[in-house]
Design a protein around this ligand. Sequence first.
Ligand code: APR
Ligand code: ZN
Ligand code: ZN
Length: 364
Amino acid sequence: MRAAVLRELGTPIAIEDVAISEPRAGEVGLEIAASGICRSDLSVTDGTLKSPLPVVLGHEAAGVVTSLGPGVDQLAVGDRVVVALTPSCGECLFCQEGAPNRCLAMVPGMIFSTMGDRTTRLRTGDETIYQLCGVASFAEKAVVDARACIPVGDDIPLDRACLLGCGVLTGAGAALNTPEVGPGASVAVIGCGGVGLAAIQGARIAGAEAIFAVDIDPVKRELAMELGATEALDGAGDVQGAVRKRTGLGVHVAIEAIGKSETIETAWEVLRPGGTALIIGMPRSGEKIPIRAGGLFLERRLVGSVYGGADPRRDVPLLLEHVREGALRLDPLVTAELPLSGVAEALEALRAGRGARHVIVHSR
Ligand code: APR
Ligand code: ZN
Ligand code: ZN
C-alpha cells in the first residue's frame, strides 16, 4: 500500500510502497477513508515532538474495518470508525480512576510510535517503519488497536468524522469537560487553528457568554467569529489590555491552543482572580514557561489538558450528536481536501500558517 513516510527530520515526507501485516490479537485492519493533518504531525517533522524514524505520520483518522485480529468481537468488517488516540483499556490505573484520556495503554503509541506490544505492522523490506501514535494514517491502510475504534453512523461523512480523532475532541472536549466553562463564563481561546476553533465551538455549546478568539492570522479570526466567538483579538496586539478593557477583571478561563511559552504566558495574564488557564497546545519538550508567580496569590490555576480530558467512547458519540444538531460545525474547519500525494504540500501550508485543517481524503 502507499503511505507517506518521514525518513529524516527536516526533509519532505515522501510517498512510498509500504508492506502492512495482518492485525494481531486485539487489533483491526482499516482502510483509511480520511485523515486530518494536525499541528502535532508537523511538530514531528521538525523535531518539536519526538518519534523514532522512519515513521508514517497521521493520527486523526477515520476508516472502515477490513479485517479483525484474534479476539476482536466488538467490531465487524465494514464498520465505519473514528480512531481515538487512546485504547482506553479500562484496566490501567488511570482508566480505573476515570481518566481514560491518560490510559497507560497509549504510551507505546505516543512514545515509541508502535503498537501496544512495541512492534509495528509496517515495513519496507526488512526495515521497521514506525506508526505515529500507533495509528499512522497518512496511508491507504492501517492496523490499529481495536479498543481505539469508535463506530460512527452512516450519516456522518468520514472525511469530517476523522477530525474527532484528535483536534475536535481535544478542543471541544477541553471546553465541554471543564466545568468552569459554563453558562455565563468568559473564555479566551488563544490560537484558532483546528484545535482552537473546536474549543470555541465547545465553549459556545457549554453556554459561555463571552468568547474572545485570539490569533495573529486575520483569516482565523474571521473563522472564529463565524463559529461562535463574540470578539476576535489580534495576537500581535495588546491582548491583555483588550481583555481587561472588556471584562474588567479578566476571563474565567483561558484556553491556550498553540503550545508556545509566550502564549501560555498570555493565557495566565488574561485571567481574573480564581481563573483557570487550560493549556491544550503541546509545547516543545523541555520548554519552560515564564509566568508571574504573583498570579498564584490571586488563586489563578494553570492546568494541563490532554486529549480534551475526554473519554473518547463517551465523548465522540456526544460530539457527533452536536454535529447532527448543527451545533458543532466541522465543514468550516476544513480548509482543503487533498489526495495522499498532497501531504507534503499541506504540511508546508500548515507550517506557513495557511488554513485550518487540511484533510487527506480517500473516500467518504
Ligand atoms: N499568538 C496568537 N496566535 C498564534 C500565535 C501567537 N503568538 N502563534 C501562532 N498562532 C496561531 C496560528 O495563526 C494558528 O491559527 O495559532 C494557531 C495554531 O493552529 P494550528 O497550527 O492549526 O495548530 P492546531 O492543529 O490547531 O494545534 C494546536 O494543539 O494538539 C496541539 O500540537 C498541537 O500544539 C498544537 C495545538
Ligand atoms: Zn487504560
Ligand atoms: Zn493531533
